[in-house]
Design a protein around this ligand. Structure first.
Ligand code: ZN
Length: 275
């Protein structure tokens, strides 16, 4: 994936990948203060086999390699194969305040939100134990985490002061609120759709109450949907209360049905026979 809207400077050392799938995000620092544009430019000609998908500084994010390819960043094949690699300008000795002031957090958050969505990666840091147990853990990790989990390197970046909380806040903000599960609207009749809007948990399906849908109830009784929903909530509460009394031999379904029919009978029409 080339992230839409990101500056793209195609670099060298893009290695073929078995399936192009990625599972984690590896965070590095560049161990120097050169700007991302300088790193991305160097990546177009470097001959040491090293590469990264993204370079970041205080101004911008530059994509260097399509995320479907492997990059040479980890020292271990597990890291190289499984991770999207991010090189952020800076060194291990930088302070937390320096990091907070010197990374284009909004742009980085937007880019990594796109990566997380594309590969179903969680914006959280994996533990080394998790990484050892599962090299395809769907989370973020540092170069130092990769060293401890998978070896193959002496690098310990991005350093102890790197503000992971800032990183994840930026990514989560760009991802927005969690989306509810999709509703299969295509398979619904207009009446069923209306019922689903009013009563998302599916009150009164055809099995328990074949003669009426909630949409019909609302139309027949002639009330607005909020009032109807509230009344049904109250009825349901009353029914549950009655049914919970130990001495009373109450058939919950029967009682609910009877109460609902009584409410309907109070409206202009009985159940619509065309339903
Ligand atoms: Zn590194």
């Amino acid at each position: 994936m080339i992230v839409p809207g990101v500056k793209y400077v195609p670099g060298r050392n893009d290695y073929s990948d078995r399936d192009g799938q990625k599972y984690g995000v590896a965070i590095h620092n560049t161990s120097n203060d050169a700007p991302a544009s300088g790193e991305a430019s160097y990546a177009t000609r470097r001959t040491d086999g090293v590469s990264a998908h993204f370079y970041v500084d205080d101004r911008e994010v530059i994509q260097s390699i399509d995320t479907k390819y492997r990059t040479g960043h980890a020292g271990s094949s597990a890291g190289n194969e499984n991770a999207v690699s991010v090189e952020i300008t800076g060194t291990n000795s930088k302070s937390r305040a320096w990091w907070i002031a010197n990374v284009a957090w909004d742009d980085l958050g937007r880019v990594l939100a796109a990566v997380c969505r594309a590969y179903d990666i969680e914006p959280r840091r994996a533990s080394v134990a998790e990484m050892k147990a599962n090299p395809k853990v769907r989370a973020f990790y540092s170069h130092d985490d990769m060293r401890r989990a998978w070896g193959g390197t002496t690098h310990t970046d991005p350093g102890g002061n790197f503000p992971w909380d800032y990183l994840f806040a930026s990514v989560k903000q760009a991802m927005g609120p969690a989306t509810p599960p999709p509703v299969q609207e295509d398979d619904m009749t207009p009446e069923e759709q209306r019922d689903a809007d009013i009563w998302p948990n599916g009150y009164g399906d055809a099995k328990t109450n074949p003669s009426i849908t909630l949409g019909t109830f609302v139309r027949n009784v002639g009330r607005d949907t909020e009032a109807a929903r509230k009344e049904l909530e109250e009825l349901r509460t009353q029914v549950a209360e009655l049914a919970s009394r130990p001495a009373a031999a109450v058939d919950y379904d029967q009682l609910a049905d009877a109460l609902l029919r009584r409410v309907i009978a109070g409206g202009a029409n009985p159940a619509n026979p065309t339903q």
